[in-house]
Design a protein around this ligand. Sequence first.
Ligand code: T46
Length: 142
Amino acid sequence: MNNCMDIKIGDIHQPELLDFKRIGSSTLGYISIAEKLPFEIKRVYWTYYAPHEVIRGHHAHKKLSQVIFAVSGTIKFELENIQRVQKSFILDRPEMGLYIPKLHWRTMEFSHNAVLLCLASEQYDENDYIRGYDEFVSLNDR
Ligand code: T46
């Protein structure tokens, strides 16, 4: 089992928006291609039909990195690192991805038509989740 003492906190990257461009036209439609990612993809998942008033997330990951797309609708992200530096991002274009490195506390709000697509660096592992905020910010004291 992966516990918090195993976490490498020296090499945490910054979250950022990645522009995957789009090819096509308004008459034909568009395609976007994720060829270069900061990690090898080990898992893909998508979430949808989240009610507008629900806030999802409330966790961080010990090891997992992700690139997340709103392939439909709008998703608002609030991210926080272990130094408690907060950043907000809005995904509202399908060609725009949000890179979320490990060790970022996140909450997400969805428009009802939003479909979140996640390209993930690791297989699903519940032990990779930090679901307690106090535990998350205490990592900065190490
Ligand atoms: C994240 C945001 C953007 C699985 O069984 N396998 C999986 O691969 C995933 C992602 C989830 N689950 C189960 C675990 C829970 O019982 O699905 C349920 C919902 O997962 P969770 O509460 O983590 O959902 P979100 O929307 O809060 O978070 C998810 C991802 O888990 C998380 O990594 O960053 O989407």
